[in-house]
Design a protein around this ligand. Structure first.
Ligand SMILES: Nc1ncnc2c1ncn2[C@@H]1O[C@H](COP(=O)(O)OP(=O)(O)O)[C@@H](O)[C@H]1O
Ligand SMILES: [Mg+2]
Length: 267
């Protein structure tokens, strides 16, 4: 399901990113070479569980029909930092990250970083809605105006960077409407697509994505994505039981979730 590649060389540091991603060359078992944005284990610093979360959530995004760069596993040999000559901090991160690391295949130079002042008017409304609904559902807090984690090409949006998700689940354990804390923190108003969402809000906003979530759960997709994350990263702490409990609470009271989502887009 998730391709495994071998690190073969360093290209350059990524221009953005708190985890200091590296753009590298990697090779598959079939000899195919890919340019990959590598997020090193060491780059996640004191959050070793982040790689598993990122893999799980990126796979879920793809299965829900969002465009996301292909997640891959990159085997980094020991002392790979020796191949990095002009970026000492990145060399050090590589040296500390021997083993399997998370990466995504580079989208290509014709993709651009989304800027908050751009208009979504030429993009399919359903695509904009899906990104907003997905981020609300998984409590994604890292697609804000100052850090979009969103790219575009033509009329397509691609989402990336999914390590900061479900941050409000633990806090709201056992609550009847556990999503309310996420909305009350005004996370939606900081979203890079917030104003587009305001314009597009309609009575059934987000419900198509929710139906896809239910279908994915029925076909065992959450389990499969979770297994991929755990198999790749033993430090993965994706709490599928808690996520599942949250989704069943939501299923029982979806109206309240969508009311909050729409209200968040209207304030
Ligand atoms: N697969 C990819 N294709 C193209 N650009 C990418 C890809 N992955 C990451 N990037 C670029 O690198 C930046 C940093 O990656 P990101 O996953 O956001 O790392 P961080 O968690 O450190 O913010 C992104 O904002 C984006 O501009
Ligand atoms: Mg980022």
């Amino acid at each position: 399901m998730v391709r495994k590649l071998q690190f073969i060389g360093f290209i350059e540091p990524a221009k953005r990113g708190i985890t200091k991603p590296l753009i590298i060359q990697a090779k598959g078992a079939d000899g195919v070479r890919e340019t990959v944005f590598l997020k090193t284990l060491a780059g996640y610093a004191d959050r070793p569980e982040a790689a598993g979360v990122e893999l799980f959530t990126t796979l879920i995004a793809q299965r829900l029909g969002l465009r996301a760069p292909e997640p891959v596993l990159v085997e980094v040999p020991t002392k790979a930092g020796r191949l990095v000559y002009d970026a000492p901090a990145h060399a050090e991160l590589l040296n500390q990250s021997a083993g399997l690391n998370f990466g995504t295949v580079a989208l290509g130079n014709d993709w651009k970083v989304w800027l908050p002042e751009l208009s979504t008017r030429s993009f399919p409304e359903e695509m904009v809605e899906r990104v907003l609904a997905f981020d609300a559902l998984i409590q994604h807090t890292d697609r804000s105006r100052d850090n979009p984690n969103l790219m575009w090409k033509g009329q397509v949006l691609a989402v990336l960077d999914h390590e900061k998700v479900f941050g409000y689940l633990k806090l709201s354990d056992g609550e009847a409407q556990p999503w309310r804390r996420f909305f009350q923190a005004r996370t939606v108003a900081r979203h890079v697509l917030y104003s587009a969402g305001r314009r597009l809000a309609h009575p059934d906003f987000g419900k198509q994505l929710w139906e896809s979530v239910l279908e994915l759960e029925l076909e065992g997709g959450f389990d499969e994505c979770h297994q991929s994350a755990v198999a790749a990263f033993s430090s993965s702490k994706v709490d599928l039981a808690r996520i599942r409990a949250y989704l069943s609470t939501l299923a029982a009271n979806a109206g309240d979730f969508f009311d909050y989502l729409k209200a968040s887009l209207q304030t």
